[in-house]
Design a protein around this ligand. Structure first.
Ligand code: 4HQ
Length: 265
């Protein structure tokens, strides 16, 4: 399907989003890190509107739910055609088989590990619904995986798709500079929350920058930042610490440090 020299290597990761609001989704590609990923062609972002795959005069994409109740359901047929088109868009750019994801509160919850996994998938179709959701038969027949960005309800899947796209983009090689590489992100290396950050001025309304950060002693600075990350994670997200201990991801030194922190409270 792909010409030699084209396809996977030339085009990086291909993401195509099935959405009734393509301009909303395209906005994620118009600035910042995600914009740079498109400019550098390590990412391609296309949108397919299911409304363009309707056959009736009113271009109907939704209808009332069988069994009654409030709201509308997105019809299977236009989505079916739109997914096929989205797969064709990606296939023109990458050789890898597509993974079709439905963004939905019923899906598995997004976290750093899932983002890394999705970033390794070169061919992603994100299906973003509106109204009460999409016909279950479309999910059964066309969706490989359902992903949620959290336990709350959005008015549509577009923002969830954009969250996923943004998180993937910063994992792609060459998108972030060396300084702020994704490997240095909170979660990535250590699985801990990030340490606090400071910039000029040294004194802001009487609040001073911690002296260690002004010391020029890089080993002390590294240790202080790591300690801060541990303290914050233990205080704010004790569950994260528990899973790190369970997965044997904390060094003896870190566990010792946590003991000390607990004892000094
Ligand atoms: N949606 N994580 C689309 C969400 C959601 C979430 C609500 C998805 C409405 C139609 N998606 N339906 N949370 O709230 O992914």
């Amino acid at each position: 399907m792909n010409q030699p020299g084209q396809g996977a290597d030339a085009c990086g990761n291909a993401i195509s989003v099935v959405t009734l609001f393509p301009e909303l989704v395209q906005a994620v590609g118009s600035c910042g890190v995600t914009g740079r990923a498109l400019d550098k062609q390590v990412l391609s972002l296309t949108t397919v509107n299911p409304r363009d795959y309707t056959t009736d005069k009113h271009r109907t994409v939704d209808d009332r739910p069988y069994g009654g109740g409030p709201g509308m359901v997105m019809l299977a047929a236009p989505l079916d055609e739109a997914i096929t088109q989205a797969q064709a868009c990606n296939a023109a750019l990458v050789a890898e088989a597509p993974v079709v994801v439905h963004v939905s509160p019923q899906g598995e919850q997004l976290d750093h590990n899932l983002v890394v996994e999705l970033a390794q998938c070169r061919n992603l179709v994100l299906v973003s619904g509106r109204y009460e959701g999409i016909d279950e038969r479309l999910i059964e027949s066309r969706i490989d995986r359902e992903i949620s960005i959290g336990d709350y309800v959005l008015s549509g899947g577009e923002l969830a798709a954009m969250v996923i796209i943004d998180a993937i983009a910063r994992q792609l090689p060459g998108v972030l500079g060396h300084e702020d590489s994704a490997a240095q992100d909170s979660f990535a290396g250590s699985g801990l929350l990030d340490c606090p950050h400071y910039s000029r001025p040294e004194d802001y309304k009487g609040m001073r920058v911690p002296a260690v950060l002004m010391s020029g002693n890089h080993e002390n600075i590294r240790r202080w930042r790591h300690r801060q990350a541990l303290i914050r994670t233990a205080k704010r997200r004790p569950g994260l610490i528990d899973s790190l201990i369970e997965g044997q991801k904390l060094s003896a030194g870190d566990r010792q440090l946590l003991q000390e922190i607990q004892n000094t409270e």
